[in-house]
Write a new protein. Structure first.
Length: 101
């Protein structure tokens, strides 16, 4: 069964539950700042594990002490779906354990 795009209202409602996340270039996005490069790399590895578990992958950008994510659902024509928000929620839950803010 194909994944259905969320309506603009559904997206706005879901964003209220995810402080720090926004829609940029039609993708759900967030950047995190961490203590140093090692902590940022550890968060990327954790995000990769979450992505594998969900079989849903974001664009990840690793900086010295930053990690940025951007995601949409290719199978829904690049629209935002429940899958994107599930990934964001899982990353948001994992990030504090790495000292991300």
């Amino acid at each position: 069964m194909p994944t259905q795009p969320l309506s603009q209202k559904e997206i706005e409602d879901r964003l209220r539950e995810l402080p720090g996340w926004s829609v940029e270039d039609a993708r759900l996005a967030r950047s995190y700042r961490l203590a140093d490069h090692f902590a940022a790399t550890a968060l990327v590895v954790h995000v990769a594990q979450i992505q594998q578990e969900l079989n849903h992958h974001a664009e990840l950008t690793l900086g010295y002490d930053t990690v940025a994510l951007a995601v949409s659902t290719h199978s829904a024509g690049g629209a935002l779906t429940e899958k994107d928000f599930e990934l964001a929620e899982r990353v948001e839950a994992a990030a504090p354990g790495h000292g991300a803010h």
